[in-house]
Design a protein around this ligand. Structure first.
Ligand SMILES: NC(=O)c1ccc[n+]([C@@H]2O[C@H](COP(=O)([O-])OP(=O)(O)OC[C@H]3O[C@@H](n4cnc5c(N)ncnc54)[C@H](OP(=O)(O)O)[C@@H]3O)[C@@H](O)[C@H]2O)c1
Length: 268
């Protein structure tokens, strides 16, 4: 029998983190050794989540939790804490899986440098859902052939960060295929420039935050007299993110430096 992968899960009581924690409780090859969440600090995670198989302690900060040796640190808190936690985990010599959205390309450049300096892997996935991985791949195929596209990111009204991690990651990946070529350059817009959205890694991104939405990402490619829309819609549970996150935990130790998107490990 192989030794289970020891995981520290930051954000373990959250919407996404708690679903992942429950799934880890049902696996035999991954073991939660520490968790991070402020309000449940001092309790066991099992006590906080009503899952007796989760016996690990909950700490108020990643710094305290990382005092417990672990192999993989999973970051699932909030954008304002994520980078600090990731760098602290790398400092401790653990590999890192990032589910939290909101980190910029500049943040990731810093994370990449820290990971390479310590020969550790960081796998950052703005969205762990399989259908999003497919959206990314299909969009990259389309961008090779179609030079004009825009991204629309839909989410619930109380999502604090914009654009979504999914939209950021998609824009970043498309920038590696080519730069989009809008017919009217964005800085030559007549009227409020903001109506054309934000330029993220070269793509125009429009974020909609309204009640009634969960999470959707859409990329529209336009050509004369034809267009292609590729869209992903999440349901209301965090279940679609679990299998991808488990795969990331299992595979991240085979990586060095920063890798973005689950498909970095999907075919390996
Ligand atoms: N990659 C993906 O597939 C995916 C899927 C879903 C969500 N996400 C992203 O994951 C992140 C979390 O989303 P969520 O909906 O699960 O959020 P959530 O329900 O608000 O959960 C956040 C968790 O982090 C903890 N936390 C927040 N701030 C903290 C701090 N400063 N120190 C320690 N713990 C802290 C919270 O506990 P306390 O408040 O008690 O500290 C809670 O356990 C977001 O960025 C979201 O966009 C990504």
């Amino acid at each position: 029998m192989t030794t289970p992968i020891r995981v520290c899960l930051a954000g373990a009581t959250g919407w996404a983190g708690s679903e992942l924690a429950r799934a880890i409780a049902a696996t035999s090859d991954i073991s939660l050794v520490a968790a991070v969440a402020r309000r449940a600090a001092g309790r066991t995670l099992g006590d906080a989540l009503g899952e007796p198989r989760l016996t690990c302690p909950v700490f108020a900060s990643a710094a305290e939790a990382l005092a417990h040796p672990c192999d993989v640190f999973v970051e699932y808190t909030k954008p304002d804490t994520a980078k600090k936690n990731i760098l602290a985990a790398l400092e401790r010599g653990t590999h890192v899986v990032v589910g939290t959205s909101g980190l910029t390309d500049a943040d990731y450049a810093e994370v990449d440098a820290a990971a390479r300096a310590r020969q550790r892997g960081v796998l950052a996935c703005g969205n762990f859902a399989l259908t999003v991985v497919l959206l990314q791949r299909f969009a990259e195929m389309a961008a090779k052939l179609i030079p004009q596209w825009e991204i629309i990111d839909y989410a619930h009204d109380d999502k604090v960060d914009a654009p979504s991690g999914t939209a950021r990651e998609l824009a970043s990946r498309l920038s590696k295929v080519r730069a989009p070529e809008p017919t009217v350059p964005i800085d030559q817009t007549v009227g409020p420039r903001e109506t054309r959205g934000a330029t993220v890694s070269g793509s125009q991104v429009h974020s909609i935050r309204l009640p009634g939405f969960v999470i959707s990402a859409e990329v529209i490619f336009g050509m004369p007299d034809q267009k292609l829309t590729i869209r992903h819609d999440s349901g209301s549970s965090a279940r679609p993110y679990v299998d991808g996150a488990l795969l990331a935990i299992r595979k991240v130790s085979g990586l060095v430096g920063l890798h973005r998107g689950l498909d970095s490990v999907l075919d390996s």
